[in-house]
Design a protein around this ligand. Sequence first.
Ligand code: URP
Ligand code: ZN
Ligand code: ZN
Length: 471
Amino acid sequence: MKKIIKNGTIVTAADTYQADVLIENEKVKAIGNDLSDVYAEVIDASGLYVFPGGIDPHTHMEMPFGGTVTKDDFESGTIAAAHGGTTTIIDFCLTEKGKTLKSALEKWHAKSEGRAVIDYGFHLQIVEANETVLQEIPSIIEEEGVTSFKVFMAYKNVLQADDETLFQTLITAKDHGGLVMVHAENGDVIEYLTQEALKAGNTEPIYHALTRPPELEGEATGRAAKLTALANSQLYVVHVTCKEAVEQIAEARSKGFSVYGETCPQYLVLDQTYMEKPNFEGAKYVWSPPLRDKSNQEVLWNALKSGELQTIGSDHCSFDFDGQKDLGKDDFTKIPNGGPFVEDRFSVLFSEGVKKGRISLNQFVDMVSTQTAKLFGLFPQKGTIAPGTDADIVLFDPNVERTISANTHHMAVDYNALEGMKITGQPVTVLSRGEYVIKDKELVAKPGTGKFLKREKFNTVTQEDQKVESI
Ligand code: URP
Ligand code: ZN
Ligand code: ZN
C-alpha cells in the first residue's frame, strides 16, 4: 500500500527541511509539499524527524566465539535493531581455514534466511590468503555481492591472521573493488602480556584491558594503514577506541590514503573503570579492544566531528552475563568478548551527540547511516531519503526522555551495558522498504521480511578521495 508521511522534518546528511514523502512499491516515489494520493495511507509525523534508516556496519549475530555462541540471532538481533532505528545491518561471516569462502557464506545464509525483519548484508573474514582463497575473492565480490573483507590482527590462535594475509588481501581487494576491514590490535604482544598476567595470578576482568593497552591498537592501526598505502588499496578500521589509533588514521588520510575508521557508542560513553566493578560485574564490559581511559572519549567525538572517523558501528556481540560471561569467572581470558549495542547505537548517538551539541543533526545521519551506505556499496539505494531510494525510514521523537534498561530492551541478553543511562529521543515508527517494521513502538513485521543485500564494489568516487600512486 502507498503511504504519505506528512508534517515531519526530513533530515539527511545534507539537508533538514519540511516536506511530505510519498512511498510506493518499496521506494520513495516523491518528496514535496502538499502531496496527495487517494490510495495512500497518511502517516502523521508532526513533531518527528524523518530520518533515513540507520545502517549498522558491524554486528555478530549467532556467531560462535569464546567457547559459546552470541545470544542474539538474526531474528532477535534485527528486531532489536529495528526498535532502535536501524533498518540494515552488515554482519560478519566467519570462515574456516581449509574451507572455501563460499561454504562460509552458505552457513551465514542458512542462519539468516527467513529470520531477519530488516535488510542485511555480510562481510567475509579472511583468515588465510592461500591461492584458493585469493582466487575465490573476485567471484565473492561479483556473484555473491559480498564486497568487504575482514582481517583480524588479534585473537591469536583463534581468528588472527598474519601480515602477509593482510597484505595479500589488500592487493586482491584493490584489484577487484573490495574494501578491507581490520580489527587492529597487536595480537602477538597481547598474548605475551596475557600469559604474564595469568602467571602473576591476575585473573579479574580488568586485566583484559591492562593486557591490551592503547599502544597496541595504535601500532596495529598504523601498520595496517602503511600496508594499505604500500598496496595502494583501501582500508576500514573497525571499532577505533583511542587517541593512538585516531592519530594513525588521521595521518594516513592527511597523506591522501583511503583509510576510514569506525567507532562505537560504548567507547564514546563508557570508560575502563566499568571493568573494575565488583562481583565479576566488570565482565559485562569485556570486549576488544577494551574500554579506555575517559580522556579518549573527547578524542573520538572530535574525530567524528572533523571527519577523521566516518561511521558508528555497534559491534553488537551479545552474551548473557549468567551462563556465558561467567565462563571467565576465574580467568579473564575465558570471558567471551563482546557487548550488546545494536538497539541503542542510533539513539545514544542522537542523545549524546546531537542533543549535547557535539555533532550536528546532519552529521548524525551521516555517521549512523549515509557514510556506511557509501563505504559499503549500498548508496544511494540506502543511506538517504530521495526519490528512487528504498523507503527505509525512521520517524523519530527527538524530545522523549527515557532510561536504557535490560527490562525494556529487545535484545535477547540478560543485561544492558548502558543500564540506567538517561537519553533523549526514540524511534517511534520504522519502515523497511515502505513496510512497517515498528509501528508506534510496537513490532509488526514478521521474521523473514528482511532480505539479503548484494552490495556494490567499493567506489573511490563515492568517497571523494583521491587515490595516490605512491607512498
Ligand atoms: O569483543 C568484541 N569486539 N567481540 C566481537 C569480535 C570483534 O572483535 O569484533
Ligand atoms: Zn573486532
Ligand atoms: Zn566486532
